[in-house]
Design a protein around this ligand. Structure first.
Ligand SMILES: C[S@@+](CC[C@H](N)C(=O)[O-])C[C@H]1O[C@@H](n2cnc3c(N)ncnc32)[C@H](O)[C@@H]1O
Length: 371
């Protein structure tokens, strides 16, 4: 998510870190004592939480060169547009393993591959209905939105509103959409293996909090079938509009859209079998004031049925130098300790790729008052 990180936020995160790992009992507020995460097994010198954006990694000269080459191909400026796109693909091949693992380069390279492909290959690339929707958002009208995105990100030509709130909001929305609905997400995140861990059967209900442009929402909708229900919940209305339009175009009728203020799930009295949260808890942990965090986690608890499951996916720490991964992250131990303090029980923890974990919690039944 494109969260900007100000120095103020850095100090806030620093302060939280000290509280999280360094506070002694004597320094804690007397009542109620905050839960102290016990963190072990993490690289000692690394920060345990990092709230960055997709733009945390710097745009490198080669990244800009690849983006510009593809932009020129899309604009048809160069005599040989195909040659330009092929050069961009080659450059991305070189820089993806070093600069931006799992980031937008793979999505841009996917578009460039489509651009140079023959009709049969193109049909194959668009056979997934959700990929097809994604493609048309960016590629309709001679790749208008894709050109806009590359421009906003790599500043090939001036748009004019880059520094305005509207320009920044638009860029963040496009950035999230290209990252999270990236047709090559399976490759870097092993999303089908994540889906195998989500225990849903036809007729079940699940709340996808921070659904973004719906990558997992659509997969849940297929899994729970027409008698089930998926709540796509987000603070950004444009994401929900995209989810709604894609659901309509692909004939999916079991998704409810919920535009939340971010404080609660916004489910009113509905109870769900599962809550799913992917790439959001690092924000909730580090950026929310305590009362807001309490309200949101309590809202997750109260929305879950008594035997309900909370699935949480986030980015973990990777030893420096092992992967060119630059996104936000949070040590899973911090989340486990915090959610345990909120009354959840960790029942499973998995990693399908080194820098991403899936934590599965069960709601603990509320203790009965002794009669
Ligand atoms: C990093 S994106 C992840 C999108 C999606 N979960 C995925 O993995 O494809 C996080 C999303 O959470 C949304 N968001 C941020 N704070 C939120 C909150 N308090 N409640 C609900 N959604 C929130 C953002 O607008 C964004 O769409």
């Amino acid at each position: 998510m494109a969260t900007r990180k100000s120095n103020g936020v850095r100090s806030l995160v620093g302060a939280l870190m000290l509280q999280a790992v360094g506070a002694t009992a004597a320094e804690q507020a007397p009542t109620p004592p905050p839960p102290i995460p016990i963190v072990s097994g993490t690289a000692a010198q690394a920060s345990l939480v990092h709230v960055g954006g997709n733009d945390t990694f710097a745009i490198t000269p080669d990244g800009r060169r690849a983006g510009t080459l593809f932009y020129e191909a899309l604009k048809g400026k160069k005599k040989n547009a195909k040659e330009s796109a092929l050069q961009a693909i080659e450059l991305w091949d070189k820089i993806i393993p070093q600069e931006n693992y799992g980031g937008e380069y793979t999505a841009l390279q996917w578009f460039a591959t489509y651009f140079v492909a023959d009709p049969t290959q193109r049909d194959e690339m668009l056979k997934d209905p959700f990929v097809n929707e994604f493609f048309h958002l960016f590629a309709d009208n001679k790749y208008a939105v894709l050109k806009e995105y590359i421009n906003r990100k790599y500043h090939v030509e001036d748009i004019g509103d880059e520094e305005t709130y509207t320009g920044q909001t638009r860029k963040a929305w496009l950035e999230d959409t290209i990252l999270f609905n990236n047709p090559r997400r399976e490759e870097w995140e092993r999303t089908s293996q994540v889906m195998e861990l989500i225990d849903l059967k036809p007729g079940d209900s699940i709340a996808d909090i921070g659904s973004g442009p719906g990558y997992y929402t659509f997969r849940f909708a297929q899994k729970v079938g027409p008698t089930g229900k998926v709540y796509a919940i987000d603070t950004v209305e444009d994401h929900l509009k995209y989810v709604g339009k894609t659901a309509k175009n692909t004939g999916i009728g079991n998704i409810d859209l919920i535009h939340t203020d971010g404080k609660t799930l916004g489910l009113a009295d509905a109870k769900v079998d599962a809550v799913f949260m992917c790439s959001l808890y690092h924000n909730i942990y580090a950026m929310s004031a305590e009362p807001e965090r309490v309200e949101l986690v309590e809202s997750i608890k109260s929305a879950l049925k008594d035997d309900g499951t909370f699935y949480l996916v986030d980015n973990g720490l990777v030893p420096p130098g092992t992967l060119p991964y630059h996104g936000p992250y949070i040590a899973k131990e911090l989340i486990i300790q915090q959610l345990t303090a909120f009354g959840f029980k960790l029942v499973q923890a998995e990693n399908k790729i080194p820098q991403r974990y899936i934590l599965i919690f069960k709601k603990q039944a509320a203790k009965k008052d002794p009669a």
